[in-house]
Design a protein around this ligand. Structure first.
Ligand code: HEC
Ligand code: HEC
Length: 366
């Protein structure tokens, strides 16, 4: 059901795009051709969202549940009824996002991969991985031409942040390197963004804010989908552990909404200037109601036009921002059952595939 819905949305999206070009759903107020974002900034946003998901999964799920209820993350998580490893979580999520064929691609790789599939595939990737070993303070970036089309490519370092990283890799029978130390760069996260082929020569490349928002949304959705399907639903069905609103007290899994909200808090605390949150016109938690006129209008609009996000270019405190509200669908019966029966829910007649709320994304324009 879930997959069919997504496929239907994506194909409709492609049809509409090929006929009408850009922003058919909402004529943006104050749009001009300068509303693009540099590829470097776009890649930084995407990387920070990938990192936030990875951190929440590693710390709040894997480490906490390992200590409190002895639930481990293991390589053969499916057979063993355990949690996927953090690297596997990222790989599942990147496969989900890359399969949407929306242009942006990301993956985790290394010069010393346990899984040969995660090795560098091109000369650029090899040089990039070697480069971040020498200068890990910044990503290695380049504009490359593939089959006559320009792409921005960036490789960000992936470090050994916990003892578990080095213990497992150094002792893994398939690991080609056995002497990783704490804080070592163990590999990299590569991000690839397609660029406009008819860019005026000498002018800097820009990616439309709307497209960058779609990319970020794709990472968020992929993390959430992987978390719901391979962590929450699977472990609940096998009676291993449950998702609970009071996950901290109950030593339980976070609800999928809480996973996203926690990643959002993490980004907020890092002062990256990128912001996303989950809201609804019928919130279980009052804090998640619409905060202003834009959010009220957007939530109403995405119920009527759920194919594309509601967008606006706005001035906030003298700075220019792009904002989008993406519909959040009741993709599984659990969404409907839990919200319809929750004591604090102001609405009790949600049906499968209804728009239950929206993901608000805010991107500063340079
Ligand atoms: C319990 C074992 C284990 C732990 C802990 C672990 N990894 Fe891995 N890691 C793996 C395995 C297994 C793979 C291969 C996954 C696959 O593609 O199937 C992998 C893949 C990777 C890759 C991609 C390249 C490769 O080796 O295939 C990187 C980079 C990586 N891990 C870094 C880390 C970092 C950083 C940490 C700590 C935050 C970490 N790993 C923790 C086992 C582990
Ligand atoms: C087991 C109960 C449960 C399930 C299952 C569940 N939710 Fe929620 N949802 C909640 C709770 C509780 C909150 C409030 C979380 C908070 O802010 O702490 C919430 C928050 C939300 C919000 C933000 C607005 C609000 O109500 O506070 C949206 C939108 C949302 N959920 C959509 C979904 C969708 C879509 C699904 C299915 C993919 C889903 N939920 C599954 C309980 C659930």
């Amino acid at each position: 059901m879930h997959k069919l819905k997504l496929a239907a949305i994506l194909s409709l999206f492609l049809i509409i795009f090929s006929f009408n070009g850009k922003s058919w759903a909402q004529p943006a107020t104050g749009t001009d051709n300068q509303t693009g974002i540099s590829p470097q900034t776009a890649a930084n946003y995407i990387h920070s969202v990938i990192e936030a998901g990875r951190t929440i999964y590693s710390e709040v799920i894997v480490e906490r549940l390992g200590v409190t209820i002895d639930l481990k993350a293991t390589e053969n998580w499916q057979e063993q009824n355990t949690l996927p490893l953090p690297a596997q979580f990222l790989l599942l999520s990147s496969n989900t996002s890359n399969a949407r064929d929306m242009g942006m691609k990301y993956r985790l790789m290394s010069l010393w991969p346990i899984n040969p599939k995660n090795g560098p595939k091109t000369k650029f990737e090899k040089i990039g991985l070697e480069n971040i070993l020498k200068s890990p303070e910044k990503p290695f970036t380049k504009i490359v031409t593939i089959r006559g089309k320009p792409y921005f490519k960036a490789i960000y370092p992936d470090r050994a942040v916990t003892k578990a990283c080095i213990n497992c890799h150094n002792h893994h029978p398939k690991s080609p390197k056995k002497d990783f130390k704490m804080e070592d760069v163990m590999g990299g996260i590569s991000i690839e963004l397609p660029l406009n082929s008819n860019n005026v020569e000498g002018e800097d490349y820009r990616i439309p804010a709307e497209v960058v928002a779609d990319y970020i949304h794709s990472v968020l959705e992929s993390d959430r989908q992987v978390y719901s399907k391979h962590v929450v639903n699977r472990l609940q069905e096998n009676n291993i552990v449950y998702a609970s609103e009071n996950w901290w007290e109950d030593n339980a899994l976070l609800l999928p909404a809480q996973f996203l909200l926690n990643a959002s808090d993490l980004i907020l605390n890092k002062n990256i200037d990128l912001d996303f949150k989950l809201i609804s016109s019928w919130p279980v938690n009052n804090h998640n109601g619409p905060a202003n006129e834009f959010e009220r209008k957007g939530l109403k609009d995405i119920v009527r036009h759920p194919v594309r996000p509601y967008i606006e270019y706005r001035n906030i405190g003298g700075k220019k921002y792009f904002q989008a509200i993406y519909p959040d669908f009741a993709v599984s019966p659990a969404c409907v059952t839990c919200h319809n029966n929750h004591p604090n829910s102001p609405r009790r007649d949600f049906k499968l595939n209804d728009v239950m709320g929206g993901i608000v994304m805010t991107l500063p324009l340079e």
